[in-house]
Design a protein around this ligand. Structure first.
Ligand code: WTA
Length: 633
């Protein structure tokens, strides 16, 4: 058997898939041989889901940036690697060839070294969507530092929790950013985040907007000054395949966000392979993923996956509705984008703005469309297919997670069958299963169950930073012998998967994950709040909205003011992205006699299913339910 890197037909997919299941190690060794390794592996795979311990390509040495950059220079030095489209269409865009991207990355890598950053150090990156963010990530990877990117919508408090958890002594940030018509300080938020942290050694500041910044002596350094002192050559640090590449924090059903850890070798092989296959990238295609680099989609399919394939990747600083809701389509025409990858929430919100914002653009460069982050409803799918793809572009509905590192379920564009609202078949090497509530596999088709994976793949989560037990408990304990995704799914008569949504206490708001407990903890820190319960409810644009039920200590008549205080606390503790859509003040929560909050009832109420609440007579106070129904928003 010899697998080509890029699958070309459905028959080939079926054959490759079969090979990847019957001889997984051989399959992945073959795929891995398409990359550049300093030393090859002694052992392809070692695994034990009970611990969990997962090791891919042990003994191998590599640097992912050699594969993203150096490897392409002999033939593609002048090929465009990165196109940067600024927030305002009136400002100039920038392009970077593979050679210039290489130079920028090496330059920043040398600056990081000057700052004393070494292999294995964690570096927190809190930045807007500017080219320097890509340089920063790759510069860390170049010198073997572990990057921890924090989405620039998170608050100082969230940054501080993440910095403490992974003990980042070094931070890279920028002065300020623009999002639509707003200008938002960035460095000032970092200042607030680290005010009480005593181990920060330095903060590197990129000047993006000439925004006034306060430099703290002996801590803060301007990149413009340091970059004068270094060369544009920087040898790549050799990494073991299982050395950490990055940490990315994500919300789970319990406690604070956890640091998902990905490692160098497996992550490289899987993101490189899946990018080439899912999007069927062809040389010279212009590819645009609209996700922010602060999320996993930005890591895997804006930076690493495309660059590993010598692709041209577009990075957009702005938002879909600025200066008007035609911006995405204008950018597609302007840069002749061939492959466009976005989120259902963006599609739904642009659809709601009206077709008149699409019609002025011809969109004829588009070949392939993609979605990610949440289930896409039929109506949005159809609108995307008809009006953006003009009925000729396959849509890949890609299902995956921060923890999976790369796409696990998806059609291969133009190759596999496409069924609206279905993610489709597993990618080669992926062995998904549906489990019933006893944890037994349901083998037939036309069924529904808990989605799990029974065999490792190269880019899967290795641990949660600083707390391996938490990783085990969260993903490997519920169903023994499986990686459990937290999602429910259906499998149709042809084996195509359709994701239903989370089955745990995680809500997915516009593709952003929040633990209900995380939001409740924030709300409960507002003065005069006794307790709260947060549930997700169906929302036309966001997929899910946040509904907070709040119990106050002393009843107040100034409800609006109280709600404002709650929102302010959430913005302060988590960030503006976690603002609730609805807040209902109630006198008590529906609880069982043992004190457990009955979220199921709350969820039903928010969904309007009040006829269907089940038996409420066993509740501690059944009257509460009536009160909540009456006051629902
Ligand atoms: C959801 C984003 C339906 C799912 C890459 C998952 C999806 C969570 C899809 C992970 C999809 C992601 N269809 N649901 N195509 N893609 N999800 O970690 O519930 O931000 O568990 O990773 O998003 O979100 P995360």
């Amino acid at each position: 058997m010899h697998n080509t890197f890029q699958i070309k037909t459905f028959e080939e997919y079926l054959e490759v898939y079969q090979n990847s299941i019957s001889e997984p190690e051989k399959f992945w060794a073959d795929i891995a041989s398409h990359f550049q390794w300093h030393k090859t592996w002694d052992n392809v795979l070692e695994w034990d889901f009970t611990k969990p311990q997962i090791k891919w390509f042990e003994g191998a040495q590599l640097n992912i940036t050699i594969n993203c950059l150096d490897r392409h220079l002999p033939e593609k030095a002048n090929h465009t690697a990165l196109i940067w489209e600024p927030n305002s269409p009136n400002d100039s865009y920038r392009t970077y060839s593979y050679q210039s991207l290489f130079n920028e990355v090496c330059r920043m890598a040398n600056v990081l070294k000057l700052m004393g950053i070494k292999k294995g150090d964690r570096v927190c990156i809190y930045m807007p969507m500017i080219p320097d963010l890509a340089f920063a990530i790759l510069a860390c990877a170049r010198i073997g530092a572990i990057h921890s990117v924090i989405f620039a919508g998170f608050s100082a408090n969230s940054i501080s929790d993440r910095i403490i958890d992974s003990h980042c002594k070094h931070i890279i940030t920028a002065d300020a950013m623009s999002r639509g018509a707003k200008q938002i300080p960035v460095k000032a938020v970092v200042d607030e985040a680290i005010e009480n942290i005593d181990f920060i050694e330095n903060v590197l500041v990129i000047n993006h907007q000439n925004w006034p910044v306060i430099y703290k002596e002996n801590r803060d350094i301007s990149y413009d000054i340091l970059k004068q002192k270094v060369s544009v050559e920087c040898e790549a640090e050799m990494m073991q395949a299982e050395d950490e590449l990055f940490i990315l924090y994500t919300s789970g059903s319990t406690g604070k966000p956890k640091g998902v850890v990905h490692t160098c070798g497996g992550y490289m092989v899987y993101t490189g392979y899946t990018f080439a296959n899912v999007f069927q990238y062809q040389s010279k295609d212009i590819y645009w993923c609209t996700a922010d680099i602060g999320w996993i989609t930005g890591h895997s399919y804006m930076i690493y996956g495309p660059l590993l394939n010598a692709a041209t990747t577009l990075m957009f600083e702005g938002v879909p509705n600025f200066p008007d809701p035609g911006r995405f389509w204008q950018v597609i025409d302007k840069h002749h984008v061939n492959i466009f990858y976005t989120a259902p929430t963006a599609i739904r919100s642009l659809m709601a703005c009206g077709i008149e914002h699409v019609l002025p653009y011809n969109l004829s460069s588009l070949k392939t469309l993609g979605t990610v982050g949440e289930p896409i409803n039929e109506e949005a799918w159809q609108w995307y297919f008809d009006h953006i793809g003009k009925g000729k572009c396959p849509i890949v509905d890609t299902w995956w997670q921060t923890e999976t590192g790369g796409i696990l379920l998806s059609a291969l564009a133009g190759i596999s069958p496409i069924k609206p609202t279905h993610a489709g078949l597993p990618l080669p090497g992926i062995q998904p299963v549906l489990l019933n509530s006893d944890g037994n596999e349901i083998s037939e088709n036309n069924v529904e169950g808990y989605l799990a994976v029974k065999f490792p793949w190269p880019s899967m989560i290795r641990t949660t930073w600083g707390d391996h037990e938490r990783c085990r408990m969260n993903y490997f304990d519920t169903y023994k012998g499986y990686y459990f995704t937290g999602d429910g799914a259906k499998r149709d008569e042809n084996g195509l998967y359709r994701i239903i949504g989370r089955v745990d206490d995680v809500i997915n708001v516009s593709g952003h994950r929040f633990g209900t407990a995380e939001i409740e903890n924030a709300i409960n820190q507002t003065p005069n709040i006794v307790e709260s319960a947060v549930v997700g409810f169906p929302h036309d644009i966001k997929g899910q909205g946040i509904y907070a039920f709040v119990v106050v200590e002393n009843f107040t008549t100034d409800i609006e003011n109280l709600k404002m205080q709650i929102i302010e606390t959430i913005v302060e503790k988590i960030g503006r992205i976690a603002k609730p859509d609805k807040i209902q003040i109630i006198s008590g929560l529906p609880k069982t006699r043992s004190g457990k909050i009955m979220r199921r009832i709350l969820r039903k109420i928010t969904e309007g299913e009040i006829e269907n609440l089940g038996d409420t007579s066993t509740l501690l106070d059944p009257l509460i339910v009536e009160e909540i129904i009456k006051g629902r928003i």
